[in-house]
Each structure stands twice: as C-alpha cells, then as structure tokens.
Design a protein. Structure first.
Length: 154
C-alpha cells in the first residue's frame, strides 16, 4: 500500500538504501512560484509573460509568452528580449518550450543560436491546442556559465 511519507518521517530517518542504491540521491530543492508580467506601450497592455520559477533551484521552468497587439509586436519583442536577458543573468538555469509548427518556433530556433540555448528534446502529444488537438513541443535549455548563488538576491 502506498501512503504519504510524512506519516513515517521518524522511521525514514533511520533507513538506508540496499543493493547498491546508496550512490544515488535525488535531492531536488523545490519552491515554485508563478508570476505574470505584462508589456506596456502607451499605457496599453500589448503582451504578457507567465513566468514559472523554482526559486530553490534558481531555475526558470516555463516562460509562456503571448502578444495582444499586432501593430506593437516589435515593441513587445524588444521587451521580451530585455526580460530574457535579465533572466539569463539572474538564474542558474532556464527551461522552456515551443509548440512545434507554431509561428514562433522558427523565432525560438534563431534565438537558440544567438543566445546559446540548446534544443534538448521533443515531447510528443504534450499540449492541447485551441482546437482540442494534442501537439508536440520542442524543449530548450540554457545553463548560466557565470551563475553564482549571489545572483538570485534581489
């Protein structure tokens, strides 16, 4: 029977792995926060960014971006680039994805070359589009070679 581990915390303190499993320990710190940011031009919201960050690991987990203004796409793109560069200085690692076949996929691929992001994989039938169809996504990753723990202090 599987039960929540917190009921057995005292027992767990005295247990050790067997059969050679002691060389591996999964220790992912977790403190996930979400924050919605907006891009403003002449007092009007022209786009948004829904940022998801694991503060404990100093890692950006997602950066969904949405534009609301066709005529101000260039202004929004400049804001996004400024924000992305800020995130790249602040955090240890960034992971994000793009819907394969979307208009922004080529832009992400160009940015990957310019900013040193790696394409780390494709996940099939991962997200549902507005038509109810399941689509593949392409994952990108970037690890900050200059990151130090003091980078995350505000």
């Amino acid at each position: 029977m599987i039960e929540p581990a917190d009921k057995y915390e005292e027992q767990l303190k005295n247990l050790y792995p067997v059969d050679g499993d002691e060389w591996y320990r999964y220790n992912l710190p977790l403190n996930v926060v979400r924050q919605r940011m907006v891009s403003i031009h002449n007092g009007e919201v022209i786009g948004s960014i829904d940022l998801t960050v694991n503060l404990a690991a100093s890692a950006v987990l997602e950066i969904p971006v949405m534009t609301f203004s066709e005529k101000n796409r260039y202004v929004f793109a400049k804001d996004i680039m400024t924000f992305i560069r800020y995130l790249m200085q602040k955090y240890r690692k960034m992971n994000f994805f793009v819907l394969i076949g979307s208009p922004t996929e080529k832009t992400y691929d160009r940015l990957a070359k310019i900013l040193g992001w790696k394409i780390v994989g494709i996940m099939e039938k991962q997200v549902q589009n507005i038509y109810g169809e399941w689509n593949d996504i392409k994952y990108y990753e970037w690890i900050n070679p200059n990151w130090r723990p003091e980078n995350d202090t505000d």
